[in-house]
Design a protein around this ligand. Structure first.
Ligand code: MG
Length: 403
C-alpha cells in the first residue's frame, strides 16, 4: 500500500471515530445558503465526499485519448503549441507566461489564466492534467486549476487524491454546481485523463428551449452524467440558468499551483438539429419545411434515374419521397411507373422473370410500408397488382412457425 493511501485510510478512520476534528472540507456560513431547489449551500462542508472508484488503467485510456481526425489539437507537448494560447487579459492579446516542460504545459503561479485564441461552442474535449508532487496545501489549496468551458463554466482541477474539500469544489465537479459522482483520481504527479462533452443552453425569446448539458469522465469513470448545468457556477454565489453565447474561449486556471497539462484536443460538435438559427428543437412549421426540402431533393434525384428500359429505380426513389411529403403528383407518377414496370415483366420469359423475384419483393415491401403509414391511398391499385404478381409466382415469405 502506498504511503498516501495509508494516510487516507487513517484519515477516514479518524473521521469515523468522530473524536478528532473533521478534515477541512470548507467553512460554515460561507457560500449562498440552501434554497427551495437546492438542499445544500454553495460549497457546503456537510455535503458528502464523492465515493472512491478506482480509475481505469492509464495504459487502457492512452489509446482512446488520441485525438480523432478533425479535432483541433490545442496542446501536443510542443513549445510551438503555445501559439494557440494567450494570456487571459481583457481586451489585450499577449503571449502566456505558462511554460512547456517535459512535454506538458505548466501553470506559472501568478502569471494569470491562459485562454485559447480560438473560440468553441458545443464540443467534445479531452484534457490530461497532473497535480504537483510532493503535494502541498490542503482542500482548495492543493493542485488547484480549472478547465473553463466557454470561459465561464469550470470543471474543477484539484488534487483530491487524498485531500477532502467541499464536494461542489472537488476535482471534476462543475464548480459551485455539482460534485462528481466519484473520486476516480490518481495520485499527484500522475496524469488524469479527463473527457468532457458539452452542449450549451439554448434560449429563444428569453425562454429556455434546451438547458444544455455536461458529461465528464475522470480516468474513464463517468462522474458528471448529462448534467443540466444550472448556470455557470462560480465561487460562493449560486448561479442561475441563462443563455450563453454560441462560442467562447477555453481557459485554464492559474490558482497559484504549478499544475501541468498535456494532450489537449477539442472536437466541435455539430448543431443539435442543424436547422434552426438557434440550433434549438424544431417547431412544427420548421419540421414541415425541412421535410418538404428533403422530399424535393429526393424527387429531383428520382427524376435523374428515369430510364425507358427500367422504371424501377425512379419508382422506388419517388416512393421514398412520400415518407417526407405526401404529394398527389408523386402517387400518380408511381402508378404510371408501376404499370410500365409490370408491363415489362409480363413480357419476360419465365426463367428471366424468376430472376426478378427479389426486386419485385422489394417493391412489394415498399408498398406495404407506405400503406401501413397511410402514405398511399387505401386500396392503391399498383400495390394490389404487385401483391398479386408475388402471390401468383409463389414468392410470398413463408410465415415463421409459432414457437
Ligand atoms: Mg479551480
Amino acid at each position: 500500500m502506498k504511503a498516501n493511501r495509508i494516510i487516507a485510510t487513517i484519515g477516514l478512520a479518524i473521521l469515523a471515530s468522530g473524536t478528532i476534528q473533521a478534515a477541512n472540507t470548507g467553512k460554515p456560513f460561507y457560500g449562498d445558503p440552501p434554497d427551495d431547489r437546492h438542499p445544500w449551500a454553495i460549497h457546503d462542508r456537510n455535503r458528502p465526499q464523492p465515493p472512491r472508484v478506482e480509475p481505469k488503467p492509464a495504459s487502457e485510456l492512452a489509446a482512446k485519448a488520441k485525438a480523432p481526425a478533425g479535432a483541433v489539437i490545442l496542446f501536443d507537448g510542443t513549445e510551438a503549441a503555445l501559439a494557440k494560447w494567450e494570456a487571459d487579459k481583457k481586451d489585450v492579446h499577449e503571449p502566456t507566461k505558462w511554460i512547456v516542460r517535459d512535454g506538458a504545459m505548466e501553470c506559472v503561479p501568478k502569471s494569470g489564466y491562459v485562454r485559447t485564441k480560438q473560440e468553441f461552442g458545443d464540443c467534445q474535449l479531452h484534457v490530461e492534467w497532473a497535480a504537483p508532487t510532493p503535494p502541498q496545501g490542503e482542500s482548495q489549496g492543493r493542485g488547484n486549476s480549472g478547465i473553463f468551458l466557454m470561459g465561464t463554466l469550470e470543471v474543477q482541477v484539484l488534487d483530491n487524491y487524498d485531500n477532502p474539500t467541499y464536494a461542489d469544489g472537488f476535482a471534476c465537479s462543475v464548480y459551485g454546481i455539482n460534485p462528481p459522482a466519484a473520486n476516480a483520481l490518481r495520485p499527484p504527479g500522475e496524469f488524469q485523463f479527463i473527457d468532457i462533452e458539452y452542449r450549451r443552453p439554448i434560449y429563444e425569446n428569453e425562454k429556455c428551449v434546451d438547458p444544455g448539458y455536461i458529461t465528464v469522465y475522470c480516468n474513464g469513470i463517468l462522474v458528471q452524467d448529462h448534467l443540466a448545468p444550472d448556470g455557470t457556477g462560480g465561487h460562493m454565489k449560486r448561479s442561475k440558468p441563462g443563455p450563453m453565447p454560441e462560442k467562447g474561449v477555453l481557459k485554464l486556471q492559474d490558482h497559484g499551483n504549478p499544475v501541468r497539462f498535456r494532450n489537449i484536443w477539442i472536437r466541435e460538435l455539430p448543431p443539435r438539429t442543424g436547422v434552426t438559427p438557434s440550433h434549438g428543437p424544431l417547431s412544427a412549421e420548421e419540421t414541415a419545411a425541412k421535410r418538404k426540402e428533403i422530399a424535393a431533393t429526393i424527387r429531383s434525384d428520382a427524376a435523374k434515374l428515369a430510364s425507358p428500359d427500367n422504371p424501377l429505380p425512379e419508382l422506388l426513389r419517388a416512393l421514398e419521397s412520400l415518407t417526407y411529403e405526401k404529394q398527389d403528383a408523386v402517387v400518380k407518377k408511381a402508378t404510371e411507373l408501376t404499370g410500365k414496370y409490370l408491363q415489362k415483366l409480363s413480357q419476360l420469359p419465365k426463367d428471366q422473370l424468376a430472376g426478378k423475384k427479389e426486386e419485385v419483393k422489394d417493391l412489394g415491401a415498399a408498398f406495404k410500408y407506405l400503406d401501413k403509414w397511410n402514405l398511399i391511398p387505401a386500396g392503391y391499385g399498383p400495390k394490389a397488382d404487385v401483391d398479386a404478381l408475388i402471390k401468383a409466382q409463389g414468392w410470398q415469405d413463408v410465415p415463421k412457425a409459432n414457437k
